[in-house]
Design a protein around this ligand. Structure first.
Ligand code: HEC
Length: 277
């Protein structure tokens, strides 16, 4: 009996140590071609370019606004990044935002500036609304987000890695409309990239795996009545609802009506270009 107890105590202590080690071991990896950099939270927090930012537009809104952060461009200094490169920000939750080089590393003081916020394990951030974990350990935040119209999906959190891709078109050819597709389809595609592709793949490509593919096996424009599809994108839970649904709606401020019409034109166009990977 005593032996069992002692064993149990040891097992518990060991589990706690292992858990602590895991919690302390969160790392961020940057991959650019054959170059690779890995940083721990403590390594990043002890850098001289860390500053404290006050950000009111994050996922926490005004509930929590102070972040220790590093200009994102600093982390990529010295890596060779082609001009046409896009940077894929991969979360531990399947979220995968793709941001253009100029947008992410821009230094124009009149534009939005991207920073990597780092959670200090000694001072954990609050849990996300309705969740049991925080946005940490690494979270991409923007100063002055209105200046460059930063969309809600351009604030990836729980980041595990950044991958520099030479250019989006050669890596994900099947999400692109043809060069001679109508202008509204091209515009809708850009809206899809900005607002949807972090969670949804198209023809199996694009990286996001939070929600279903939006063309395979069937495109939603085939099984949603047109008005219901608009309504779903604006407010998913007004069409159907269950406790664990995770897609949030896009208001007319996020995607104005004409842009939403373009986005649906793109979805409809892709229905005619279903291309199994
Ligand atoms: C934060 C992640 C996320 C983003 C961003 C997102 N979705 Fe979703 N979407 C989901 C998830 C997850 C589901 C499955 C339902 C659920 O759990 O909410 C879904 C479901 C859907 C469905 C229903 C598919 C089906 O057959 O049930 C459609 C259509 C859809 N999304 C379109 C879009 C469009 C268009 C955009 C961009 C404007 C978008 N989504 C942005 C996560 C997301």
């Amino acid at each position: 009996m005593t032996q069992t107890r002692i064993f149990a105590a040891f097992a518990a202590a060991f589990a706690l140590c292992a858990w602590n080690a895991l919690a302390a071991a969160a790392t961020l990896t940057i991959v650019a071609g054959d170059q690779r950099r890995t940083f721990s939270q403590s390594q990043l927090l002890s850098r001289s370019d860390v500053r404290t930012l006050s950000i009111a537009d994050s996922v926490y809104q005004r509930r929590f606004t102070r972040f220790e952060a590093i200009p994102i461009a600093d982390l990529f200094k010295g890596l060779s990044i082609p001009r046409s490169a896009v940077i894929q920000c991969n979360g531990t939750d399947g979220f995968s935002a793709i941001l253009g080089r100029a947008r992410l590393f821009g230094t124009d003081p009149a534009a939005s500036q991207a920073f990597l916020a780092i959670e200090d394990p000694k001072h954990p951030w609050p849990h996300l609304a309705g969740g049991t974990t925080s946005a940490g350990p690494f979270y991409l935040v923007w100063t002055n987000p209105r200046a460059s119209a930063i969309g809600s999906e351009e604030w990836p959190y729980k980041i595990a890695s950044f991958h520099v891709l030479p250019d989006a078109r050669s890596v994900f050819p099947k999400i692109y409309p043809a060069a001679d597709a109508p202008r509204n389809v091209q515009r809708g595609f850009r809206s899809f990239q900005k607002n949807c592709s972090a969670c949804h793949t198209m023809n199996g490509e694009g990286g996001g795996s939070v929600g279903p593919d939006l063309n395979l096996p069937m495109n939603p424009t085939r099984y949603f009545a047109p008005a219901a599809l608009v309504r779903f994108i604006r407010d998913p839970s007004s069409v159907r609802h269950w406790p664990r649904m995770t897609m949030h709606g896009f208001s007319a401020a996020a995607i104005p009506d004409p842009e939403l019409a373009d986005l649906i034109a793109y979805l409809r166009y892709m229905n005619g270009h279903r291309n199994r990977p």
